[in-house]
Every structure is written in C-alpha cells, then in structure tokens.
Design a binder for this molecule. Structure first.
Ligand code: PLP
Length: 286
C-alpha cells in the first residue's frame, strides 16, 4: 500500500491524515447519517449490490433521497481507492451524513447537501485458531432505539455495549429485547439446536446484515436445516452452538455466554459454515 493512503470526500481525493470536515457537519454534531462497511477480497468488492441496496434503504429511512447515489458512482470511487491505495484484502467504509448546516439545529434545512466520505479501513479478521477456540459473549438488555434496521452512524448505544463486553473479556454482547434475542452490538447472531441453524427474522429490531444474507445463501446452497424464528434467552443459553456474523468476521463461534459454557470449542456446524464462507470467498473473489 502507498504510504499516503488516499480517501474520497465530496468529490475530492486526498491523503487520509490531512482530510478534514467542518465542525458544523451534522454527522459530527448529531450522528445524522448512515454508513456501510464493505469487504474487499483480492481487490474485488464483496456483495456490492446488497451493500448498495442496504445503503439506499438506510438513506430513504432517514429522509435523504437515495437518488443521491445516481449522481455519484460509488463503485467507480471504490475501485479507484483500491487501485490508488493498492488494497488487496481490506475494508471500505462509506459514510453519508446530512452535510454541513449554517448552525447547530435539530431541524435540518431543506437544501442540505450530504457529505460523502469513502475510505479504506484495515480490520484484521481472526485467524483459524481463534475461530476454533471460540469466543466469550455476555448478555445485555437491548436498550437501543426501534430503528436498528437502519445502518445509522448514531452508534452510542452499540459503542457502550461493545465496550462493556470488552471490559468483561468478551468479544460480543448478545442483545435481548423483552427476553428475546435481536442481534449482537456489532454483529448478527445465529444458534444451532439439534442440527437446525436458527436466527431472528428481520425486523426493525436488528440490522439486515450482509454477512447474514451471505450465510443464508450458503446455508441454502449446502442444503442445511434453517429457521428464522423468535429465540428466547432460555433457548439461546440451551443452544448446541452459537455464532456471530459480520463483515469483518463472517463466522465467530461463541463458546461461552456469561458463565454458561455452550461448548468446549467451536461446534461442527459453525466450523462447516466458516469453511464454506472461506471457500466461497477464495473461489469467487481470489
Ligand atoms: C448492529 C450490527 N448488526 C449486524 C452487523 C453485521 O452486518 P454486516 O454483516 O453487514 O457487516 C453489524 C455490523 O457492523 C452491526 O453493527
């Protein structure tokens, strides 16, 4: 990668460390924006159509006209960043805020001009040994808002919850709303019971993860048993296997929840899916 990593901001390309934004940007003042995080494998963009579709949906739900994306060729910008920065396996972060206002005001002006930032991020996925060992999770009350299907940049609750998990030596917090699983603080959650893979159905209470979609595609491709259903706290703690999914780590086996050992190490279905995901990425993107 070149020394000066280049990012895209509102039509301009400039070095990451030197790129700055106005203090009146609503993304900074209110978290008034949405984002995407997209894996790059071997210079190729992963599940781009699904990511752009979700971005459009997020924009629509916060009243930013998604037609904005017709004037900006996101794929071309990402490819230019990949070329210019020599990204092989990397992540692209897209952040669209409602832009810069004249003054700090909850009510946005009619003629706002969104800020578009696109830049690379270097998250290092867990290696195979970590996956086989599995990770610990804690349970937490899902006290976030009821529009968790929007990939909003307002992430304060997720940040506090993820840090609580981290402070407790855990990888993730599994969230319960009214006693039922929604998702993780930064991942979707699956469990396995008696050979059936289960995950909560999509709703306003959880993010429609692109990795969740990828795994559901793999589950169908490999004819595994699958159900989208309500999962109570009791069912979760009684699972044979649990795993989390996100763009940075498609399958992370959870072997312990609070003090409860779910399994000694990653379960066989979790590991099979992990391998299917790795193989798919290798065959389709490498
Ligand atoms: C709250 C939440 N749920 C689920 C996910 C997984 O989404 P994806 O698979 O698109 O990365 C994320 C990822 O950041 C997240 O923050």
């Amino acid at each position: 990668m070149s020394k000066q990593e280049v990012v895209y901001l509102n039509g301009n390309y400039s070095p990451k460390q030197e790129t700055t934004l106005s203090i009146l940007d609503r993304g900074f003042l209110f978290g008034d924006g949405v984002y995407e995080l997209i894996p790059i494998y071997n210079k190729k963009i992963f599940y781009i159509d699904a990511h752009l579709e979700r971005l459009k949906s997020s924009l629509q739900q916060i009243n930013i006209a998604p037609s904005l994306l017709e004037d900006v060729d996101i794929i071309e910008i990402i490819n230019r960043l990949i070329d210019q920065n020599n990204y092989d396996d990397y992540f692209i972060y897209i952040h669209i805020s409602r832009g810069v206002d004249q003054k700090r005001n909850h009510i946005y002006s009619e003629d706002y001009k969104p800020t578009i930032l696109i830049m690379g991020e270097n998250y290092v996925p867990f290696n195979r040994d970590v996956i086989i060992n599995g990770k610990k999770a804690i349970l937490e009350d899902d006290y976030r808002w009821l529009k968790s299907n929007i990939k909003s940049t307002s992430l304060l609750a997720n940040v506090l919850i993820k840090n609580k998990a981290n402070d407790n030596g855990a990888y993730e917090a599994l969230l319960l709303r009214d006693g039922f699983l929604t998702e993780g603080s930064a991942s979707n959650v699956f469990m396995v019971k008696d050979g059936i893979i289960k995950t909560p159905r999509l709703s306003n209470k959880l993010l429609p993860g692109i990795t969740r979609k990828f795994l559901v595609d793999l589950i169908s491709l490999h004819h595994l048993e699958y159900s989208e259903c309500d999962i109570s706290k009791h069912e979760l703690l009684d699972a044979d296997e649990i795993f989390c999914s996100s763009s940075t780590n498609p399958v992370v086996p959870i072997t312990q929840v609070n003090d409860k050992i779910i399994c000694e190490s990653a379960g066989s279905i979790s590991l099979d899916l992990y391998k299917h995901a790795q193989d798919y990425i290798k065959n389709s993107y490498k």
